[in-house]
Design a protein around this ligand. Structure first.
Ligand code: ADP
Length: 495
């Protein structure tokens, strides 16, 4: 019988996971390892690629053992990864010449700010991005300039660049495949997402030699096969996508107008805009949602800096609660007038305000305000900010979304999900499998090797745990929202 199970590798910022799924999208096994973070200077964040590689092999082996499966019973591997994090290694040995520079790292911020002032518009028209230290281009240039001799070696073709997907593929295939996928390429600032090609002008602008770049494939493609010595058989690597895009696939948001929103430490929302590259007037990012059969589907992306981290702050900073789980009962028990607002602008405000100098505040306090009201305001802030993002997306896309599909650690909170539906006026859908990032990688790999026959089949596999219908009068929604807008106005640095 042909192998029917698919192994997903989910290499995230703080952990590396492997999950094995069956042909109906059910979870057969999961394994996880925490990843050590390095902070060599203020604003710098690094990972050791050797840690990432060691953990990846280990969690794959652990997941196989837990599922009681042999490698030959795995039809394909899908990889999803923390996006933008940059590795440069020697082609001859596979050894990195520097630790990975993580997406959060700000060491190239000043250089990027200068470039943005002059070239921002032109670069956005090709890449859909703003010139920021977040993306890979300036990180690659930094490594080539700081490691002695690296630039000359790169130009001579001795060095390879890759995001984590690409580095893992290289290692898994024993150095045979230097490839990435369109969604990861789309986050480098070097890839023209309309032309679907590396762009010579961008390479020149950021000082990156073409010789270091990987080949870019669709998200479901033949990326290579694993070295049999690693897992016990040669397994095709057949799917690959950046984490937020993989989650979009895992949530089967295949129609233009569908949104997925992931609520972890922060929150990332992606709106599928179909075959159209929609530039943003609200400084959202335009990106590739996925590319299949050579055809790109685009997305608008927005993020909220503080989602679950607000709850962590209520727990660890203010010590109002002992665990995140307590917030649900507290929110239900609060007086519920909705007059307290917490604006979690701990590190400024993101889209659509873009105010890095704004700082947080709690407003609307009265003599009878209690812990429950403040906790509730912290939870509601996530809902209001999602509303801000959806407003920006609707404005850019020209159409309001019909539903919101959610995942991530915060979505276990039923009160937040209902409040989200109420405050957005849009139904909120939560899937049975909330590890949608890994599921999306498995979907892509399984599509390529025929475990899943089509996108339609995936749509049927996706199972809803619960749908939260809006249940709030329009006047009440408008009144509460107005209060939020007023609270944000008061914390803005220019007001
Ligand atoms: P990440 O992948 O960013 O580490 P997760 O998806 O694991 O995050 O989600 C963890 C976050 O979810 C934490 O910030 C935590 O505060 C929040 N969280 C977990 N459970 C709840 C809950 N019941 N109510 C509200 N927030 C929660």
């Amino acid at each position: 019988m042909a192998a029917k199970a698919v192994l997903a590798i989910d290499q995230g910022t703080t952990s590396t996971r492997a999950m094995i799924f069956d042909a109906r999208g059910g979870v057969l096994a999961r394994a996880q390892a925490e990843l050590r973070q390095h902070f060599p200077a203020e604003g710098w964040v690094e990972h050791d690629p050797e840690d990432i590689w060691r953990d990846t092999l280990q969690v794959c082996r652990d997941a196989l053992a837990k599922a009681v499966l042999e490698a030959k019973e795995i039809a394909a591997i899908g990889i999803t990864n923390q996006r933008e994090t940059t590795v440069v290694w020697e082609r001859a040995t596979g050894k990195p010449i520097h630790r990975a520079i993580v997406w959060q790292d700000r060491r190239t911020a000043e250089a990027c700010r200068k470039l943005e002032a002059v070239h921002g518009m032109a670069v956005a028209a090709k890449t859909g991005l703003v010139i920021d230290a977040y993306f890979s281009a300036s990180k690659i240039a930094w490594i080539l300039d700081q490691v002695p001799g690296a630039r000359a070696r790169a130009e001579a073709g001795e060095l390879a660049f890759g995001t984590i997907d690409c580095f893992l593929l290289w290692r898994l295939t024993g150095g045979k495949s230097h490839r990435t996928d369109a969604t990861n390429a789309a986050r480098t600032l070097l890839y023209d997402i309309r032309a679907q090609a590396w762009d010579d002008g961008l390479l020149k602008l950021f000082g990156v030699p073409k010789a270091v770049l990987p080949e870019v494939l669709d998200n479901a493609a033949d990326f290579g096969t694993t070295d049999p010595a690693l897992l016990g058989a040669a397994i095709p690597v057949a799917g690959m996508a950046g984490d937020q895009q993989a989650a979009t696939v895992g949530q089967v948001c295949f129609e233009a107008g569908q949104i997925k929103s992931t609520y972890g430490t922060g929150c990332f929302a992606l709106l599928n805009t179909g075959a159209t590259f929609v530039p943003s007037k609200n400084r959202l990012l335009t990106t590739i949602a996925y590319r299949l059969g050579g055809r790109a589907t685009y997305a608008l992306e927005g993020s909220i800096f503080a989602a679950g981290s607000t709850i962590q702050w209520l727990r660890d900073g203010l010590k109002l609660i002992k665990s995140a789980g307590e917030t649900e009962a507290l929110a239900r028990g609060g007086a519920g007038t909705g007059s307290v607002y917490l604006v979690p602008a701990f590190t400024g405000l993101g889209a659509p305000y873009w105010d890095p100098f704004a700082r947080g505040a709690i407003m609307g306090l009265t003599r009878d305000t209690g812990i429950a009201d403040i906790v509730r305001a912290g939870l509601e802030a996530v809902c209001y900010q999602t509303g801000d993002l959806m407003g920006a997306m609707t404005d850019d896309f020209g159409k309001a979304p019909t539903t919101l599909r959610v995942d991530g650690g915060m979505t276990v909170n039923d009160w937040v999900m209902q409040r989200l539906a109420d405050l957005l006026g849009v139904p909120v859908e939560r899937p049975v499998v909330t590890e949608t990032t890994a599921l999306g990688a498995a979907f892509l790999a399984g599509l390529q090797v025929g475990v899943f026959p089509s996108l339609d089949a995936l749509t049927k596999i996706w199972a809803r745990d619960r749908r939260f219908e809006p249940d709030m009068a329009v006047e009440e929604r408008t009144r509460l929202r107005q209060g939020w807008i007023d609270a944000v106005r008061r914390v803005r640095s220019e007001s």
